[in-house]
Ligand binder design. Structure first.
Ligand code: 9YT
Length: 132
């Protein structure tokens, strides 16, 4: 069994800080679950273009407010506490945070640990791993 807390994970290598967001990766590839699980903070005012060509991602909004735009058809959906979106078609999208947002994110295949977006807004499949 694996038991961790966000407080402890935030103090170590699991916390990755990037442009407009930070993410604490609580479960990773080397945990053997088949997915990774992250608590992500999107900073207020962030406007992030993403395209996870190599991964599927589900995102559940815990707190804060913003919107997501599906760049395939231009549709914009509000995101608020209780909203989940799933990028089941590797959907190219923009996420805009009106306020700071806390999100629970699941990636399949799982992330190794240190991924940040490349210039396509994607994560590479082979990335540097978090060392336990
Ligand atoms: C919502 C979203 O995709 N934000 C980017 C960070 C990502 N969730 C991650 O790496 O944890």
């Amino acid at each position: 069994m694996i038991v961790r807390t966000l407080d402890v994970a935030d103090e170590g290598e699991r916390r990755v800080v990037s442009n407009g967001w930070e993410s604490t990766r609580l479960l990773l590839k080397n945990d053997g679950m088949g997915f990774s699980f992250h608590i992500t903070t999107i900073y207020a005012g962030a406007d992030l273009g993403m395209h996870y060509q190599n991964h599927l991602e589900s995102v559940y909004c815990i707190s804060g407010e913003g919107e997501i735009e599906d760049l395939a058809d231009g549709k914009v959906y509000p995101v608020k506490p209780g909203t989940i979106y799933a990028l089941n078609n590797h959907d190219k999208h923009r996420l805009r945070a009106t306020t700071e947002m806390k999100m629970a994110c699941v990636f399949n295949p799982p992330l190794h640990g240190k991924e940040v977006h490349n210039d396509q807004g994607a994560y590479e499949l082979e990335a540097e791993a978090v060392q336990e």
